[in-house]
Design a protein around this ligand. Sequence first.
Ligand code: F6P
Length: 537
Amino acid sequence: MASPALISETGPWKDLKDHVEDIKKTHLRELMADMGRCQSMTVEFDDMLLDYSRQRATLDTIDKLFKLAEAACLKQKISRMFNGDKINSTENRSVLHVALRAPRDAVICSDRKNVVPDVWGVLDQIKEFSERVRNGSWVGATGKQLKNVIAIGIGGSFLGPLFVHTAFQTDAEAGEYAKGRQLRFLANVDPIDVAKNITGLDPETTLVVVVSKTFTTAETMLNARTLREWIIAALGPSAVAKHMVAVSTNLPLVEKFGIDPNNAFAFWDWVGGRYSVCSAVGVLPLSLQYGFEVVEKFLKGAQSIDQHFYTAPFEKNIPAILPYSQALEKFAPHIQQVSMESNGKGVSIDGLPLPFETGEIDFGEPGTNGQHSFYQLIHQGRAIPCDFIGVIRSQQPVYLKGEMVNNHDELMSNFFAQPDALAYGKTPEQLQKESVPEHLVPHKTFTGNRPSLSLLLPSLNAYNIGQLLAIYEHRVAVQGFIWGINSFDQWGVELGKSLATQVRKQLHASRFKGESVEGFNFSTTTMLTKYLKATSD
Ligand code: F6P
């Protein structure tokens, strides 16, 4: 079936739109009472459980959604992605992050070339290099072991690796391998971030990894130059060869920067920045910190979901993010980029203006911290669909004598309670029965009917963390396929970048040539003039 020009013009879309009116008449309290429905809305895979029964949907809704998927040619689009077709049409690129975690003997082609041997070539290179750094056969310029790593990168070259690092840190196995080592991330061009990163570190024992797909990103390149100066000032220019390595698709620019091409780890234009955590972007810094074997388990976890996503029927497919695990504190910021940079689009893949809005606004915070911050709004303000992510076995259980439950049970009590609080709410009748004073009843009423889904993971080791990542990557792709947009380009970030270039030139011209501020509107001219005046001495 050919893909429709706009999904909103298809029968299944219109049918679903009409169906919204029926759903509005139903409360989640009634939907949750239907056991058959609830049972059909749970999926188990590899010991993880997804429960989407608290979505405002009936089985009829699900049926209509499958029809929509059919109208959007979802199956064919997924196959095209896995087959290396150039589905990122505005950049004429394949979208093959699944190849980054494919088994060594898999065959996945882009431009009729099997990319898997290249992937494993770099993985082998990382394994060898990280082992040498970790066992001390690769040392710094003064012969000292490199125990500290600063990874410089921003956006997709930062958020994914930071999420995985944060989740590994408290895992007993991964943590054991990281003993005596430090991994830090320098992303922001703000000099405060530079200061925070180098504080307490000695260049003699530090390895800097510059991570940039393009090797042109202004923030990353400036931070890379700053840390190059930091190394040279302490150890001399020849130390760069021992203390700086790079991850990029642009190896000529890596060399031009002064990093030995032998110390560069490649990836490819068919890996989108925000989908690059399974490439050298994530694998190199994480292998330096935790060892390659741990990272390989993470890749295997992601691969298990790729396989499941590709083969399981839609009804058994597991696709505000509220992880009830502190180890996942950087998961929401990562998914924020994966989702919002992918699906915040205004036109269809063919360039037609969309008559509907795409993209979710994603944010999140680990439970229970989030409960003491923005949950008020979720419960009584706007209805915000929530993903609750819980873990059965804690990475770090604590047992205190005499407590009613242990720390993890306490955390999980909240994980189990919050979705029901959102779904069922609390009625004025219930409050009256509790003798709540009449004037407080409206304030204490919860309308409920607020949708969420719950994902329960068996544990949070490297393998499960890989699975979690891949679930969300594929969910974002599916949303984009249904909306009929290109989830793999990001033209929306360009305008701000080019305006910053104009400002940068003005700052330079005013500071060093005394030129007055020109070509900006009244507001920007006023602020720039004030800023220049205050910083001119
Ligand atoms: O924010 C725009 C963006 O291009 C992201 O897509 C990307 O992850 C990030 O900048 C960093 O880019 P690079 O890896 O090329 O430095």
